[in-house]
Every structure is written in structure tokens, then in C-alpha cells.
Design a protein around this ligand. Structure first.
Ligand code: ADP
Ligand code: ASP
Ligand code: MG
Length: 816
């Protein structure tokens, strides 16, 4: 004999009721079918009673809707020939309930007894309907055999009487016995009671245990127990097997799939529980039994933890004081007082110094807990032995659960490391010696982020998610979006990395979406639904999204955007900057950003600040990290200046070459930024800092190729004046050509001394052949001394720069 329980969503629609009928009728042994009220009806019954008892007549409207909903299901699923009789019975029951509400409206007093009577109707209605839908179904009334008595102000099952009555009632089990879940009655006076919200699961388990059923099946609207609540973690997946302990730990901590008390009766009689999906009856669901599954997990790997669950309305109450140390009986008094007041505690943590005991309760009883404990410890408080007791509210509790955690070192380390990297601090934690559950409390605002990071860290061996915010969608940002779009699938398949664009912004608009934006349409969407952008606005949006594993990508040249990095890093968001401003800003700021990233275990990367996509900074870091010492750098770092020097010829004078550089978009629209060496100075400062020198831009000795007075005045004045230098440059070029030399604008760092300026290089010098706008760098180190290391290639261009930014993003994905 089996016991099946169908939840509210399983009986909430015509389609699902027909599925229930098929499932039950296909079973070829006697079954007991326990049913819940239609989805949402219990809540509605409660809300209507609150309204009626306050004199709010709008409950009548809700009542009519409730009647309509039941009647519509009724007329769709009950065969026509059986409708007349049943309709009469249902209408009588509605009228009974309507009278109770009318009474409430008049008396304006809602007692527990009335409330319990009212909520019982939800289960009764659905049982009536199903009795005419499922073939050979016989109706039972669980109030006749599920008996409760009062304990600490709560109705609890009286197992002795209940078991006896169930065995009597089901001495002969008919082919299909239909039982309303959730409802019960008092052993003392016969009043209607219930087993608590979600209690139909419990009804089914109590019956299964009393009758030694072969199996208890809980039919709901998900495929079974998932690794986390699927409404919060979209990547949660089905757990095929759980031990009783694991299931109990998971549902005790808020995995709403099964009402927690359900596990015990089945466990006690060793009756396996299967959680199945009414909407997908073919799926195998989750089997809960006394076997410990050793090898479950994605990719056949051993799953160390089975699931994560959470409770979001948590308050922490702390009893502390130096006078508690070594005193016997403080904890006894705390928990006795709480029990006497019907307050349930779901997590306890006590420091071994004994000077504080912290426990977690639901928010709605926190004030009561504080009050009764302050009363209990009034004498000690007045003597200063115990501090005033206070509650910290609006917190969340998370538990990770799994029997395989037992004696497996490093789980807590991995858990708290993951939280630390996500920037989430743990307020309290507890782990029992059974080692099957580690629970901890955090601020409610971090709940989603914490669940995602832990799930990602413990379960998602399939892929690692990286959430991207892109600011600046000009040429570099635009190319980056294209490159990510083309590479996305391959990265997921080959590298297990999923790049999820969660925000884009430019100077005008911004658009953020937690679930991710479509890379093909995001710019159009930004223009259509974006909101007004500002650096502060971008920061506020990102912080409020509170997403784990995220990267901020700056493809702007904005000082204000660079000023956001510190706050973002402090929120554990990695930063990838194509923007040079931060890394070349005052050394103090550069060092602070690097240090913040290091301390928080995240990244601040800016490879493209020098030499676009060329791997210069990474290479230098690798050299230094492997113990080398960089003492000299020599480089041509300005694609623009190199282009100009390479373009000047007998036919093309300096002024024309500058103009061509601007037209080819190598130079800035105002070419004086390149000609003044400003850009090269910034790059050199960044390189020198990465090589270990403490330098500022003002420390760089600069010789200009164009006299300083050419930089004063407007851009028009500059263009008007510059041809005056053409002749001088042509003379110089001719002379150099005859000597087989070329002019290069070189940046160098020699034992900490930095300088930039023009240099004449002979034909054997590595800088002599440097085509177009290319860059080159020679790195001299202790290991590379006689023959310096040389890196050479395109030093400018949107596609290579975007590729460099992309490479920085990928390198973040690889840190676990
Ligand atoms: P029923 O009405 O069938 O009793 P419930 O709403 O009580 O169903 O429980 C099923 C719901 O539990 C699912 O729809 C799902 O949203 C939620 N849930 C929370 N945590 C989990 C989890 N770890 N695995 C599966 N479902 C979960
Ligand atoms: N209908 C009841 C409730 O909503 C019992 C249950 O669904 O299990 O709490
Ligand atoms: Mg339920």
C-alpha cells in the first residue's frame, strides 16, 4: 500500500487534476491519496477572516472569486452526470463558510478556534471535487483520526491516539482512499485544528507510518529536491537521492518542498519518500531513504554537499555579559523561558568563552524573545552581570547540507572563503558535531548573492558564471561586445565559463538586468529602455544589484568613471580598465586600488593601458612573480608618433603626416595630446610602477619633438602654425636617412629613472624597423640582460584593444 500526497499546485488547474487522476488510477495496489487545498486558497481564507474581523466588507468580493474558482474547476473536471448532486453539496458547504464569515463581521473577533475552522474548508472543498473525478475513490475525514493536543501553545499530533485511530479506520484500505491533508481535531474537545502551514505532507507521512506503507510519494510542481530553491538559483538541479537526515536538514532550513515534520514518521518506520512532479510524471524525482549516496553530483563527481537552503526572516538574539562565564544554568534559563513562551529557536551558537549565547528566531517573535529574556535576567542585568538583551533583525540564515561533509576537511574553509570573496560577512554560524549541516547568518540584502556564490562554488562544475558590467560602448566597447558574442558559446563549452552581460552604460544611458542582456540587441535596448546615466547612478545600480562574480569593464576615457573603481573593488567587483586614468593617477591611488583588489581576492587589470592588446603588463608580472628583477625598459609606445615618423617623406611634410594620423584615427582628435608626449608619459608611469618603481607623472623627464609654444592656444591656431616646422623636420629626415638612421619617440625606465623623448636609432637597432603604428618594448632583467626580451606588434586599434580587454576578463574567470 502506498500513500500519495498532492500539493496545492497539483490540484490547482484542470490540467493538473487530470494528471492526478491518471497517476492515481494507474496504480494497481490500494492507495491513500492525501490532498491540499487549491493553490493559494489557504492564504485567501486567512486574509478574508482578517478582513471580516476588522469590519472590512471587501472580503465578500474575495469570497465570490473563491467560489467561482472552485466552481470553474468543478465544472471542468467533474463528469456532467455527477455534477448535480455534488454541486448541491458544495454550495451547502460554501454557505456554511459564508455564515462563519458573516459571524466574524458582526462579532469582530477572530479567535484561533474560528481561524482553524475557516482554513479547514480549503482541503474539504478539493476533496469533494476529487471524489467524483478519481474512479473508485472513497472519502475520509482526517479530523476523525488525526488528533492533536496542546504543547507550549501549539497543536501537536497525539501519536498514540492518532496511530490507533488510523489503524482502525484503514483496517480495510479501499482501492483509492481520499483524505484531506492538513486538518485535524483536538483530542480534548473535538475542535478543528491543523498541523501547520504546509501540513498536508505531514498528514500523508503520519498515515504512511501508522500503516507501514511501502512508499510515501509527495507530488508537487517541481521535479524533486533541487540543489537550491529554483526560484532563486536558476542553475539549481535535481538531487536524485537524499538520506533522511539530509532531507530533514534541507527542509528544516526553508527548502519548501516538504514540510519539515514530514520526514520523521517516514524515517522512523524506514518508509522511503519519493518527491515527484505532477506536471512531469515521467521524471524519477528525488528518492529519500536511509541509504547515503556517495557518488552523486554533476559529471559523476562526488557531491560533498547535497543542497543549500535558506530562511529569509531571521533575527539574532544575543545574551551576553562577562558575568555569564562559568555560571551554570544560563543556557537552561534562556531556552526554558523561550519554550514557555512558545518561541521556536532554529540555530544556536555559543562562543567557547561562554560569555555569549546567540540564537536565531523568526522576525515575528524576536521582540517577544527579547522581552521575556530581559524579564528573566532582570536581576543579573541590574547587577551588570548580563547586558541588556537585544535582537538584530532582518537577517537571513543559510544552511549547506550533506552527509558526505562528515570528516571531509576544508568544507567550512571553502564555504567561508567563497563568502569572503563575494564580500559577504558572516554574522553568526553553527555546525553540529554530526557535520551534516553548516548554518550561518548574514544580512538579508546579501542572501541572493550568497546563495548564488555558494551554489556556483560547490555545484556548478559545469560552468563558472561571470557577470559583466560594460561602461563605454564606443569603438573599443563595441568591438568587445562583438567579440564576446562570437566567443560566448565556445567559452562555455570548452572552458566552462559563462559570460553574462548584466549591464551596459555610456554617457547618456544605462541599462542593467540581473538575468543578462542579449548581446545582439543590447545597444538597441539601451537606446529604447535605458535610463539616464551618470557615474553615481551607475555605481548605485551596480551596488544595488549585489551580484556575485562580477566584473566592471571601463572602455571610457573618463576620469569620473575611473573614480568609481575604489568603491566597486570594495564591493568585491573586479575591474578591467582600458581607461588609463586610474593606473596613471597619483601613486597613492594606484597603490590603493591594487591593494584593495589583492586584499579582497579579486582583480584590477589594465593590460590594454599600454600597447593595446600586446601582453606587456602580464609578461612583466610573470617575470617579477617568478623572481626576476626588471631594471630597464625601453619602448616605443605611441602608435600615433610612430605613424607620423614613418609617414614623413619628401612628399609628405610633418603637418600633413599629423593630419593623416588624425584622419586614420590613430591620433586623438586633438593631436597635441599625442605630440606633447602626455599619452606616452602615462604609459611609461604605468609600466614603471608595474616594474616596482614608485613614480609620478611629474617625475618623467620629457623632451618634446615640437617646441612648447605650439601647444598653447586653440586647436585652430595649432593647425595654422604647425606647417612652420615642416622644413626643419624634412631637413632632419634627410640627414638621418643619409646616415641610415630613423627617429623614434622612446620611453625608458633605467633603474627607476624615467624619461621620454625623441631618439635617433641606427639600422641595427631593434626600433629601426617598426612599421606603421606598431609598438615595441625591450625588457631588461636579471635573467634577460645581454639580450632583452622584446614584445612587438600593433599598439593601437579598437579590435586589438578589445581583444586585450577580453583577455583580462577571461583571466578573471579562471580564478576559483
Ligand atoms: P505543494 O503545494 O506541492 O506542497 P510547495 O509550494 O509547498 O508545493 O513546495 C514546492 C516548492 O518548493 C517548489 O515550487 C519550489 O519553488 C520550492 N522550493 C524551495 N526550495 C526548493 C528546493 N531546494 N528544491 C525544490 N523546490 C524548492
Ligand atoms: N493548504 C495548507 C497550506 O497552504 C496545507 C498544505 O498546503 O500542505 O498551508
Ligand atoms: Mg507544501
Amino acid at each position: 500500500m502506498k500513500v500519495l500526497k498532492f500539493g496545492g499546485t497539483s490540484v490547482g488547474s484542470v490540467k493538473s487534476i487530470l494528471s492526478v487522476k491518471n497517476i492515481v488510477e494507474a496504480i494497481d495496489e490500494p492507495v491513500i491519496v492525501v490532498v491540499s487545498a487549491l493553490d493559494g486558497i489557504t492564504d485567501l481564507l486567512i486574509n478574508m477572516s482578517i478582513k471580516a474581523s476588522k469590519g472590512d466588507e471587501s472580503y465578500k468580493n474575495d469570497f465570490s472569486k473563491m467560489v467561482e474558482r472552485h466552481l470553474s474547476v468543478f465544472s471542468d473536471v467533474v463528469p456532467k452526470e455527477k455534477q448535480a448532486l455534488l454541486r448541491k453539496k458544495i454550495m451547502e458547504t460554501f454557505s456554511e463558510l459564508s455564515n462563519i464569515y458573516r459571524g466574524l463581521l458582526l462579532i469582530r473577533d477572530l479567535s484561533d478556534k474560528t481561524s482553524d475552522t475557516i482554513v479547514s474548508y480549503g482541503e474539504l472543498f478539493i476533496e469533494l471535487i476529487l471524489s467524483k473525478v478519481i474512479k473508485k475513490a472513497k472519502l475520509y475525514d482526517s479530523r476523525q483520526f488525526i488528533k492533536t493536543h496542546k504543547q507550549f501553545n501549539k497543536h501537536v499530533v497525539d501519536f498514540q491516539k492518532t496511530n490507533e485511530l488510523i489503524q482502525q479506520t484503514f483496517e480495510q484500505v479501499p482501492p483509492v482512499a481520499l483524505v484531506p491533508g492538513f486538518i485535524s481535531s483536538s483530542i480534548d474537545n473535538g475542535d478543528i485544528t491543523n498541523l501547520g502551514r504546509g501540513g498536508s505532507d505531514y498528514t500523508a507521512s503520519i498515515i504512511a507510518a501508522a500503516l507501514d506503507a511501502s512508499m510515501l510519494e509527495i507530488w508537487t510542481d517541481v521535479d524533486g529536491f533541487m540543489t537550491a530553491d529554483p526560484r532563486v538559483i536558476s542553475a539549481a538541479y535535481l538531487i536524485k537521492r537524499l538520506s533522511f537526515t539530509e532531507a530533514m536538514e534541507l527542509c528544516n532550513f526553508g527548502a519548501k518542498v516538504i514540510y519539515p515534520p514530514t520526514i520523521y514518521p517516514a524515517f522512523h518506520k524506514n518508509i522511503p519518500i519519493r518527491v515527484c512532479n505532477t506536471f512531469n510524471p515521467g521524471s524519477s524525482g528525488t528518492l529519500i531513504s536511509n541509504e547515503i549516496e556517495k557518488t552523486e553530483g554533476k559529471n559523476g563527481k562526488k557531491a560533498i554537499i547535497k543542497g543549500i537552503s535558506s530562511i529569509n526572516d531571521t533575527s539574532l538574539v544575543t545574551v551576553q555579559g562577562l558575568g555569564m562565564v562559568g555560571v551554570i544554568g544560563v543556557n537552561y534559563r534562556i531556552f526554558r523561558t523561550l519554550a514557555e513562551n512558545g518561541i521556536s529557536v532554529f540555530m544556536v551558537s555559543q562562543a567557547s568563552s561562554e560569555n555569549n549565547t546567540t540564537f536565531a528566531v523568526k522576525n515575528n517573535v524576536a521582540d517577544l524573545a527579547v522581552k521575556v529574556l530581559n524579564d528573566e535576567f532582570a536581576p543579573e542585568r541590574s547587577r551588570g552581570e548580563i547586558d541588556d538583551i537585544v535582537a538584530e533583525k532582518n537577517l537571513a540564515t543559510i544552511a549547506i547540507v550533506g552527509e558526505n561533509m562528515k570528516r571531509t576537511p576544508g568544507i567550512a574553509g571553502k564555504l567561508f572563503g567563497t563568502l569572503g570573496r563575494a564580500g559577504i560577512s558572516v554574522i553568526a554560524c553553527a555546525q553540529g558535531a554530526s557535520e551534516t549541516n553548516i548554518s550561518f547568518v548574514i544580512k538579508l540584502e546579501y542572501l541572493r548573492k550568497a546563495l548564488n556564490s555558494i551554489h556556483d562554488s560547490f555545484f556548478l562544475s559545469e560552468y563558472k558564471m561571470l557577470n559583466l558590467f560594460l561602461v563605454g560602448i564606443g569603438t573599443v566597447g563595441g568591438h568587445l561586445l562583438d567579440q564576446i558574442k562570437h566567443q560566448q558559446k565556445k567559452l562555455m563549452k570548452q572552458n566552462g565559463v559563462k559570460l553574462n552581460l548584466v549591464g551596459i552604460a555610456d554617457i547618456e544611458e544605462m541599462l542593467m538586468r540581473r538575468e543578462g542582456l542579449d548581446l545582439s540587441t543590447c545597444i538597441k535596448e539601451l537606446r529604447k529602455c535605458g535610463i539616464k546615466s551618470s557615474p553615481e547612478g551607475i555605481k548605485a545600480e551596480i551596488l544595488s544589484m549585489n551580484i556575485f562574480n562580477s566584473v566592471f569593464i571601463d572602455c571610457t576615457a573618463s576620469e569620473e568613471i575611473a573614480a568609481l573603481y575604489e568603491s566597486l573593488l570594495n564591493m568585491n567587483i573586479s575591474v578591467v580598465a582600458a581607461n588609463k586614468i586610474a593606473a596613471s593617477s597619483p601613486y597613492k591611488n594606484y597603490a590603493l586600488l591594487k591593494e584593495t583588489a589583492r586584499k579582497r581576492g579579486i582583480k584590477f587589470l589594465f593590460e590594454t593601458n599600454v600597447g593595446a592588446g600586446l601582453p606587456i603588463i602580464n609578461t612583466m608580472n610573470d617575470l617579477i612573480n617568478s623572481g626576476d628583477h626588471i631594471f630597464k625598459l625601453e619602448a616605443v609606445l605611441s602608435g600615433t608618433l610612430n605613424f607620423i615618423f614613418n609617414t614623413i617623406s619628401a612628399d609628405i611634410p610633418l603637418s600633413k603626416a599629423i593630419q593623416m594620423a588624425v584622419e586614420a584615427k590613430y591620433a586623438e582628435p586633438d593631436p597635441r595630446i599625442d605630440l606633447s608626449g602626455m599619452d606616452v608619459i602615462r604609459k611609461l608611469v604605468i609600466l614603471a610602477r608595474e616594474a616596482g618603481c614608485v613614480v609620478e607623472q611629474s617625475d618623467v623627464k620629457t623632451s618634446l619633438i615640437i617646441p612648447a609654444d605650439y601647444f598653447a592656444g586653440t586647436l585652430e591656431e595649432f593647425w595654422a602654425k604647425i606647417p612652420a616646422l615642416d622644413e626643419e623636420f624634412e631637413e632632419k629626415r634627410k640627414k638621418l636617412t643619409s646616415q641610415e638612421k630613423r627617429l623614434r619617440f622612446v620611453a625608458s625606465m633605467n633603474n627607476g629613472v624615467c624619461q621620454v623623448g625623441p631618439m635617433e636609432v641606427g639600422s641595427r637597432h631593434p626600433f629601426y624597423e617598426l612599421e606603421g603604428s606598431n609598438n615595441i618594448i625591450m625588457i631588461s632583467t636579471e635573467r634577460y640582460h645581454d639580450y632583452p626580451m622584446i614584445i612587438k606588434g600593433y599598439g593601437a586599434g579598437a579590435d586589438v584593444t578589445a581583444a586585450g580587454v577580453f583577455a583580462d576578463i577571461i583571466s578573471i574567470a579562471n580564478i576559483r
